[in-house]
Design a protein around this ligand. Structure first.
Ligand code: DHB
Length: 310
C-alpha cells in the first residue's frame, strides 16, 4: 500500500500535485480529483484574483522547467467554494487549499476566510513565491517567518503546513528548523522552485520567458538533489510530529522512493505533471509499487526516513 497520513488524516496514496500545477480552476481540480492522486492542493489563493505576469511565463526544458507566473489565481474565495463543493461529493477524501498573503495581516485575513468557509481540509501557507516583482521570498526572511507563524497560530486552529523555498546552508537549516519547531505545524513542504534561475536559448541569443527579463523559478531534474537535501535536513531537525511533504524533481517511482527514504510522508509533482498531465499519477503509483514489491516493503513506514549513512 502507498497510503499515508498527514495531519492525522488518511490518504490512499502518498502522491499528489504540487501547488501551481494543474490546479488553477474548477476544471483542472476536477481532473485531479478523478486521477490516481489521493488528493490535490489548489493554486495559491490571494485575497483578490490576479492576472499574473505577462506571457510567455512558463517554459519546459529537457531537464525541467522555468516559470515566472506571478501568482495568477482566481482568489481564495473561488478555491474554497470549489473545494468545499468537491468535498461534499467525497466526504472520505481530504484536500489541501494553498494561500499566500503579501504581509502578515493578509495571511490572517486569508485564514479567517478559510475558517468561516467551513473548510475541513488542510491549509498550505505558501511562504516561497519567487516571482512577484519587488517582493522577496518570505521564506528567506527568518524573522518574518517567525512573526507570521506566531500571529497565524494565535487565530487559526485548523491543520496548517508551510511551503518553503530551498535552503543551501547548514546554518540556515538549523535556524529555520529552530523557528518551525516552536509552532504546531502539521507539516513542512520542501521545496518550492529554486528561485531566479536564467534559462536561455543560445540560437536565438534570447531569454525564454518574458517577466523579469527571463529570470524565473527552476523545477524538474535540476532541483532533485536540493529537494532531497531539504527534505532530509528538516526530517533530521524537526519535532517528529511535524511531517514532511517532499517536492522537487519527481518524474518516476524511483524519485518518489528517494524522497520517502529522506523522510517525506507525502510527495508532490510539479514540472512532470505539467509535461504529462494527470495520467502521470497512475504511472507513478505503479512504479512506486513495483519498487516496493522488489524491495519487500509493504508500506511507506517500512522505509520512510531510513536513509543510511556511510
Ligand atoms: C508562483 C510561483 C511559485 O513558485 C510559488 O510558490 C507561488 C507562485 C507564481 O509565480 O505564480
Amino acid at each position: 500500500s502507498t497510503a499515508t497520513n498527514i495531519a492525522q488524516k488518511k490518504f490512499d496514496n502518498c502522491i499528489m500535485n504540487a501547488s501551481g500545477v494543474w490546479c488553477s480552476d474548477e476544471n483542472e481540480l476536477t481532473e485531479l480529483d478523478r486521477s490516481e492522486a489521493s488528493s490535490f492542493v489548489t493554486k495559491s489563493g490571494t485575497l483578490q484574483p490576479r492576472k499574473g505576469n505577462p506571457q510567455p511565463r512558463y517554459f519546459p526544458t529537457s531537464l525541467g522547467s522555468i516559470n515566472s507566473m506571478g501568482l495568477p489565481n482566481q482568489g481564495l474565495d473561488y478555491y474554497l467554494e470549489v473545494v468545499n463543493r468537491l468535498q461534499q461529493r467525497k466526504p472520505h477524501k481530504n484536500y489541501f487549499v494553498s494561500c499566500t498573503g503579501f504581509n502578515v495581516q493578509e495571511d490572517i485575513s486569508l485564514l479567517k476566510k478559510v475558517a468561516v468557509s467551513g473548510f475541513t481540509g488542510v491549509v498550505e501557507l505558501n511562504l516561497s513565491c519567487p516571482n512577484v516583482p519587488g517582493k522577496p521570498q518570505t521564506g528567506y526572511d527568518f524573522e518574518t517567518v517567525d512573526n507570521i507563524l506566531k500571529t497565524v497560530f494565535k487565530s487559526y486552529k485548523g491543520p496548517l503546513g508551510v511551503k518553503l523555498p530551498p535552503y543551501f546552508d547548514i546554518v540556515h537549516f538549523n535556524q529555520m528548523a529552530q523557528i518551525l519547531n516552536k509552532y504546531p505545524l502539521a507539516y513542512v513542504n520542501s521545496v518550492n522552485s529554486i528561485g531566479n534561475g536564467l534559462y536561455i536559448d543560445d540560437t536565438q541569443e534570447q531569454v525564454v520567458i518574458k517577466p523579469k527579463n527571463g529570470f524565473g523559478g527552476i523545477g524538474g531534474d535540476y532541483i532533485k538533489p536540493t529537494a532531497l537535501a531539504n527534505v532530509h535536513a528538516f526530517y533530521q531537525r524537526l519535532n517528529p510530529d511535524i511531517q514532511i511533504i517532499g517536492t522537487g524533481g519527481i518524474k518516476n517511482g524511483r524519485d518518489i522512493f528517494e524522497h520517502i527514504l529522506c523522510g517525506a510522508s507525502m510527495v508532490q509533482v510539479g514540472t512532470a505533471l505539467m509535461k504529462e498531465g494527470p495520467d502521470i499519477f497512475a504511472r507513478l503509483t505503479r512504479e512506486l509499487k513495483a519498487i516496493m514489491r522488489d524491495k519487500g516493503y509493504e508500506k511507506i513506514a517500512d522505509f520512510k526516513g531510513k536513509l543510511q549513512y556511510i
